[in-house]
Write a protein that binds this ligand. Structure first.
Ligand code: NAD
Length: 340
């Protein structure tokens, strides 16, 4: 399985930059570029409409990188003529990658914004592809482990086709991501391009929206506020949790290749949701938080764990390094500093 790769980014454009992953990706690329021997005019151009991301993530990037971070507020479902005219030809000619990370990502948000979720991963992605082709850049699409649905194999390798309900409350997300993957496949064939996609498994860390609704941030917010920890279902469903720095390292390696097929990134250590709740309860509960069980969410997958063999074969030096305990502490610390 061979591929060619380049050593570094030029400028990049990131949609969804005020979100959790987009803001970490932006910071990581900006830090790497500022350390490397790269000429001064590299930029990260970030786009977001703040529908789920935190404005404070953009403020943070603007303050930390006043010269090299440029922000455009925009709904990327709409045509990109304004992006084309805001960015000069000189800036555009330096962009090597377009990371299409804009999308509501947690069940409460994507169910609230179900049509927007369908469009941002399909129409929004097609705008990103067209923009990238015009300037000769490579698109990296943030797909998800949710393309595997409620899997009947575990761990899930890339060649597992999934078990997805196309007509239910999670379909707007799962099927939109599956369409996005199919779009990249067909686009590459038709246009002889080399766009790629990563399948991201549950990732957590600082700068997640405290109202995000995904399980780790929910438990930590509840524990730090001295509230009971709520589990949907009996807690026996399993998840694997990746700390954000590990995920971003993997995505950056993938992006610098010309690989067009999907690769899983995440952490393959598996926990039940009850085990996670007990860890959070033991280490972060402000007072005697209880664990309470609520009705299971419809179509909630029973197990979720990446098969990382392909990622480790392609990038032998990559692998998840941060333990759940370390990652939870870093996330809790950030929440405590930023939750008022
Ligand atoms: N965090 C994870 O565990 C995980 C797992 C699988 C896939 N992903 C994917 O990674 C990407 C980022 O996820 P995240 O966890 O950072 O979520 P997030 O909600 O924190 O970030 C998504 C960002 O996209 C922005 N956005 C959404 N629709 C937009 C639109 N139409 N125009 C402009 N901006 C828009 C939001 O405002 C937000 O800032 C998403 O595509 C998500 O599906 C994340």
């Amino acid at each position: 399985m061979s591929y060619t790769s380049t050593s570094h980014y030029k400028s990049v454009l990131i949609t969804g930059v005020s979100g959790f992953l987009g803001s970490h990706l932006a910071e990581s690329i900006l830090v790497e570029s500022s350390l490397g021997n790269i000429k001064e005019d590299y930029r990260v151009i970030g786009i977001d409409n703040f529908c789920t991301g935190l404005a404070s993530n953009v403020t943070y990037l603007k303050q930390k990188f006043p010269k090299n971070f440029l922000f455009i507020e925009k709904d990327v479902i709409q045509p990109w003529d304004d992006v084309n005219s805001i960015l000069t030809e000189a800036i555009k000619s330096e962009i090597s990658h377009v990371f299409h990370f804009a999308s509501p990502a947690s069940p409460p948000h994507y169910q609230r914004l179900s049509l927007e979720t369908l469009w941002v991963n399909t129409l929004g992605l097609s705008h990103a592809l067209r923009f990238a082709d015009d300037i000769g850049a490579r698109v990296i699409f943030s797909s998800t482990s949710e393309v595997y649905g409620d899997p009947d194999v575990s761990p899930q390798p890339e060649n597992y086709w999934g078990n997805v309900n196309s007509f239910g409350p999670r379909a707007c997300y799962d099927e939109a991501k599956r369409f996005g993957e199919a779009l990249i496949y067909s686009w590459n064939l038709r246009h002889q391009t080399k766009h790629g996609l990563v399948r991201i498994f549950n990732t957590y860390g600082p700068r997640m929206n405290p109202n995000d609704g995904r399980v780790i941030i929910n438990f930590l917010v509840q524990a730090l506020a001295g509230q009971d920890l709520t589990i949907y279902g009996d807690g026996r469903q399993t998840r694997s949790f990746c700390f954000v720095a590990d995920l971003i390292n993997g995505i950056k390696k993938y992006a610098l290749t010309d690989i067009t097929f999907p690769v899983n990134f995440g952490n393959d250590r598996e926990f039940t949701v009850l085990e996670l709740a007990e860890k959070v309860q033991a280490h972060f509960a402000k007072k005697q938080s209880q664990i309470v069980f609520l009705e299971k969410a419809k179509d909630d997958p029973a197990q979720r764990r990446p098969d990382l063999s392909l990622a480790k074969k392609l990038f032998p030096e990559w692998g998840p390094k941060v333990t759940l305990e370390e990652g939870l502490s870093k996330t809790a610390q950030w929440l405590q500093l930023n939750s008022r």
